[in-house]
Design a protein around this ligand. Structure first.
Ligand SMILES: [Zn+2]
Length: 473
């Protein structure tokens, strides 16, 4: 079934050819399509616009009482399927290829505002509107998804039920594509997310069914530093590159053992890998998740301790995060490798949209990771940070960097060299990975829980008993 993983795969493939615009579940690519229609004379994904005669116009949004309704005028009737995705909560409407002759930014911005103060500009197209556009709909996108397929992707302002998604045909009236939603409690929404997977016929249309059902999401586990780059040094025997390698191996083994994932280590021995190559490994493997493991020092403050999860951002969340990213980004220089800066980035709308969706998935996983790691280990006071880490810059692979702790802290340092402590935390990280993929229906919640999940449950119980101990550390 189409899932986050599949979007990433599709997105990456098309992204790689720079010719399509299947965007990780984002379906906005009208400007791209328009450009291609004019310029393209061939190529693998020259869209056959309106080849099937379906043109959509209009695009009206209204809410009455509990009901939020999105409608488009269309040329004729066709099959429509919808399904739900959680965290972030979305409704995806699957359509045959539709030529949307509609302002592509109509669903991304607040309604043209009589109320907007004069001289003030509203949010740019693509920016997240502060308030829902109408009812339960925060924003929506539509457009080409894959050969023969278009999509409408609706961002929900609150959990909602898909009341109906059909093409309404009435004698004497133009057919209308109607999508109706109404609010629903979160537990019921999450239950529907599991149930409301798209039909087989939709799933099978773009990619051979076998490749979907058999594909396991690829998780890349990246042990920081290595070889000539030691990373940080703590007390005797506490070298970052060795600690994180042991941890990464343990985590990868747990994920492999679950049978749910294909796991790749960027390094499984004490060798140096340039930062861009780590990113490349993830992208070429078609990874759905990249987890980089580190354990640094903060020379100027031995009091700073606890685990921290970083995501990439153009602007650092704080000075310490910026400093750490600078330090990590020096890895190549430490090893005497001329990195040549960031991996080649194509600044276009396709790139920006892909990256935006990827970053939102990275943030979802970062939050999940903090929840799980926080149950078994001490978290940093400011456990969720962001900065410009080069190793997290794959535009199409959700990526986080987990700082297990600080080798400059005595407490952290003794944890980091403890095999039992690393086992426990690796188990929690594996459970967070499970949670991340189960939430988007990539792996089944009903499958056997991993050993990691079982261990986490055990540790939940012991954590309560150790609460006071943790608070004192
Ligand atoms: Zn490091």
């Amino acid at each position: 079934m189409p899932s986050a993983h599949e979007y990433f795969s599709i997105g990456r493939r098309l992204f790689a050819t720079a010719a399509g615009c299947a965007l990780l579940g984002l379906a906005v690519c009208q400007p791209v399509l328009a450009a291609q229609t004019v310029a393209a004379t061939g190529g693998p994904f020259t869209p056959a616009l309106a080849a099937n005669g379906i043109i959509a116009t209009g695009g009206r949004l209204e809410s009455t009482g509990e009901l939020t309704r999105l409608t488009f005028d269309v040329e004729r009737s066709f099959d429509v399927h919808g399904f739900l995705l959680a965290d972030p909560n979305r409704v995806v409407i699957e359509l045959p290829e539709v030529n949307f002759q509609v302002d592509p930014t109509i669903g991304l911005r607040a309604p043209v505002a009589a109320t907007r103060p004069k001289g003030k500009r509203g949010p740019l197209a693509g920016a997240e509107p502060a308030k829902p556009l109408a009812g339960v709909i925060r924003s929506y996108r539509f457009g080409y998804f894959a050969p023969g397929k278009s999509r409408i992707v609706i961002d929900l302002a609150e959990p909602a039920r898909l009341v109906r998604a059909v093409v309404e045909t009435q004698p004497g009236r133009r057919p209308r594509l109607v999508v109706e939603l109404s609010p629903i409690a979160r537990p019921a929404f999450l239950a529907s997310v599991q149930k409301a997977a798209p039909s087989q016929s939709v799933a099978a249309s773009a990619i051979p069914a076998a490749s979907i059902s058999q594909a396991r999401p690829v998780v890349v586990v990246d042990a920081g530093h290595g070889g000539v780059d030691d990373g940080a040094h703590g007390g005797p025997g506490a070298v970052e590159k060795d600690i994180v390698l042991e941890f990464a191996r343990n985590l990868a083994a747990r994920l492999d053992k679950s049978g749910r994932y294909k796991t790749i280590l960027t390094r499984s021995t004490d060798i140096f890998i340039p930062l861009n190559d780590r990113v490349k490994i993830a992208r070429e493997a078609g990874a759905s998740l990249f987890v980089s493991i580190h354990a640094d020092t903060l020379a100027d403050d031995p009091q700073v301790a606890g685990a921290t999860v970083y995501t990439v951002a153009d602007q650092a969340s704080d000075v310490a995060a910026a400093r750490l990213a600078d330090k990590e980004n020096q890895s190549d220089a430490v090893a005497g490798v001329d990195s040549g800066g960031d991996a080649g980035e194509v600044a276009d709308i396709l790139f920006d949209l892909t990256r935006r969706e990827t970053r939102s998935y990275s943030q979802v996983f970062a939050r999940t990771l903090i929840d799980y790691v926080g149950e078994v280990a001490r978290l940093n006071k400011n456990s969720r940070r962001a900065a410009g880490f080069r190793v997290l810059k794959a535009p199409d692979v959700p990526s986080v960097l987990l700082e297990l702790g600080y080798l400059s802290s005595q407490g952290d340092s003794s944890n980091l060299v403890s095999v039992a402590w690393r086992e426990k935390v690796a188990g929690a990280v594996a459970s967070a990975v499970d949670r991340f993929f189960v939430a988007r229906g990539v792996v089944s919640a009903s499958a056997q829980p991993t050993e990691a999940a079982g261990q986490l449950k055990e540790s939940f119980n012991s954590v309560a008993a150790r609460g006071a101990d943790r608070a004192d550390r």
